[in-house]
Design a protein around this ligand. Structure first.
Ligand SMILES: NC(=O)c1ccc[n+]([C@@H]2O[C@H](COP(=O)([O-])OP(=O)(O)OC[C@H]3O[C@@H](n4cnc5c(N)ncnc54)[C@H](OP(=O)(O)O)[C@@H]3O)[C@@H](O)[C@H]2O)c1
Length: 295
């Protein structure tokens, strides 16, 4: 598995280990190997996935490759092409690609790059599966400080915009199921959450779980871009995300949970449950807050 030390990778390593699978995790830096070890991968390799020879060496002896590209990487098409080539030369049985919902939308450059990787994979003749998750519910954590401290949930698009956000742990479990069971050859699965939530719905769920008011507000995109630049985000990521926000606001980003639920054999996790867990992990559950404000 590439990108194993990232947000997605860690969740999938956990899900695979929970199913008793052996995982060779590819990480970028030696310190990530140390941090990942407690999750229980059988093997951790430190390598740069833009190095074709290192990639092929890491893949040799594995049955299946799970390719997770670093988030918002300007060269995702090239990294994907290298990974497909390396998998072919290493003789792996199967290649599973962590793509995104609606990769064919050309106006979102990071989606379009995933579409091009999907094409490389289909053309390669490798036995393959493609997973297309919607945006993760856990992304709400990026703004958690303002949510908790100021009761403000800010998004760089209209608060009426609807997204079928999905629980990252559901995505990870679905990935682990696909990676460890037969019968998915040439399938593409869209992985969406159970509801198409507006940002006002998101704020309502945050209010209910936090036990105090949270309001959804729109931040001007130029202001968002300036903050993102100060935080160290690169030009490609900023430009791609701005185009994604335009798309979200105009079209929404909604899908159907059927394929995810069929893979999981259970209903997809609702947003309120994920938020409850996020607050509980931070010692901020609504019931506890109510108790402390009565004390
Ligand atoms: N977030 C969402 O809502 C969402 C939804 C659908 C799909 N996705 C897709 O999910 C994928 C993973 O996203 P994520 O947020 O989990 O990624 P992430 O946290 O950025 O993790 C990527 C990992 O890859 C490592 N990496 C970077 N460059 C590398 C290189 N040259 N060679 C080897 N490893 C390298 C990073 O290490 P460093 O930390 O050292 O850079 C990091 O550990 C992305 O392709 C994204 O588009 C995300």
């Amino acid at each position: 598995m590439t990108g194993a030390a990232g947000k997605t990778g860690r969740a999938v390593v956990r899900a695979l280990v929970a199913r008793g699978e052996r995982v060779r995790a590819l990480v970028f830096r030696a310190e990530q190997a140390v941090a990942l070890n407690p999750l229980g991968p059988s093997d951790v390799v430190v390598a740069d996935m833009s190095n074709a020879a290192a990639l092929a060496a890491a893949m040799r002896g594995t049955a299946t490759v799970y390719f997770i590209c670093p988030n918002m990487h300007p060269d995702e098409h090239e990294l994907g092409r290298l990974a497909v080539e390396a998998a072919s030369s290493a003789g792996v049985d199967r290649f599973v690609y962590h793509s995104v919902m609606l990769p064919r939308v050309r106006e979102m450059p990071h989606h379009w790059q995933k579409h091009l990787v999907e094409e490389e994979l289909v053309r390669s003749g490798l036995d393959h599966v493609i997973l297309q998750p919607c945006a993760y519910m856990q992304n709400v954590q990026a703004g958690i400080r303002r949510i908790v401290d100021d009761g403000q949930y800010t998004v760089p698009y209209s608060t009426r915009t609807r997204l079928s956000v999905v629980d990252l742990d559901d995505v990870a479990e679905a990935a682990a199921i696909v990676l460890s069971s037969p019968g998915h050859t040439a399938k593409t699965y869209e992985l969406c959450g159970p509801q198409a939530l507006s940002q006002e719905d998101v704020a309502c769920a945050l209010t209910a779980e936090l036990g105090r008011p949270v309001r959804a507000t729109t931040v001007v995109r130029a202001e968002w871009a300036s903050l993102a630049r100060t935080a160290g985000l690169g030009d490609y990521a900023i430009e791609s995300l701005l185009r994604m926000f335009d798309y979200y606001e105009r079209e929404g980003f909604c899908g159907d949970p059927t394929e995810l639920e069929a893979l999981l054999g259970r209903p997809a996790t609702p947003f309120s449950e994920v938020v409850r867990k996020i607050f509980r992990d931070r010692g901020l559950a609504a019931a506890e807050h109510r108790r402390s404000s009565h004390a």
